[in-house]
Design a protein around this ligand. Structure first.
Ligand code: SHN
Ligand code: NAI
Length: 160
């Protein structure tokens, strides 16, 4: 399946602060990448549905606690209905492509975790200090984005 976008590498992302509180967010896949993103989505109050046959212990525990709604089965296209934002984080390129193309058809922003240009959004390296959120997006170099975030964290100090 071809990538729905045709960005040039290096084309900048338009950074928007999504207000996801109580908004439906779909996470497809429940492995370690999904787990990292879920934490952040829950911090901002999103209403998260997870679809995956298998989940990490931490995600299964969040489901038990009622903090996310996990459907223990493979993705189907209808799962995308109603979602404001989608994360495709399965270990199958085919499934991630199907998620991204279904989201594209619905004009719903979607991160494709295994192929940057196959989706319509990227996840920044982020942290919060008081009422400030710092987010860094690079060009497919997450380690660099992480390092820049840490440099900003140090320059601000934890409490400022
Ligand atoms: C394009 C983007 C789209 C997106 O997924 O949103 C993307 C894409 C890809 N990442 C890959 C690999 C890894 N990414 C991480 C980690 C992070 N990745 C994040 C963001 C982004 N990753 C977006 C770009 C943002 C930017 O460039 O600024 C962070 C910042 C945010 C977050 O994930 O929360 C978070 C660090 C934050 C933190 O820790 O705080 C690790 C480390 C780990 O997992 O421990 C690895 C393992 C290897 C390694 O270390 O490089 C692969 C290859 C996958 C494969 O091999 O198949 C692709 C696919 C591709 O580039 O096409
Ligand atoms: N963007 C990023 O930051 C990173 C991306 N990756 C990429 O993300 C992918 C996922 O990585 P991990 O979370 O480590 O994988 P993992 O193997 O821990 O988890 C994969 C998940 O996908 C689910 N899954 C498989 N088939 C499915 C289907 N048909 N429908 C719904 N869910 C399905 C599995 O049940 C499991 O929950 C990797 O293949 C890699 O390409 C890896 C590291 C970082």
């Amino acid at each position: 399946m071809s990538a729905p976008n045709d960005h040039e590498p290096g084309s900048p992302a338009y950074l928007a602060g999504l207000l996801l509180r109580n908004r439906d967010v779909l996470v497809v896949g429940a492995g370690h990448v999904a787990e990292r993103r879920l934490r952040r989505l829950l911090e901002v109050g999103a209403s998260v549905r997870v679809v995956a046959p298998e989940a990490t212990k931490a995600i299964a525990a969040l489901d038990e606690e009622g903090l996310v709604a996990w459907r223990a089965r493979p993705f189907v296209d209808d799962d995308l209905d109603g979602a404001w934002y989608v994360i495709a984080a399965t270990d199958s390129a085919e499934v991630n492509a199907a998620v991204a193309s279904g989201a594209e058809a619905r004009h719903t922003f979607c991160v494709r975790s295994d192929e940057a240009f196959g989706g319509s959004a990227w996840t920044p390296a982020t942290y919060n200090v008081q009422d400030l959120t710092v987010a860094v997006i690079g060009n497919r170099d997450p380690q660099r984005s992480k390092a820049v975030r840490e440099a900003i964290r140090q320059s601000l100090g934890d409490g400022s």
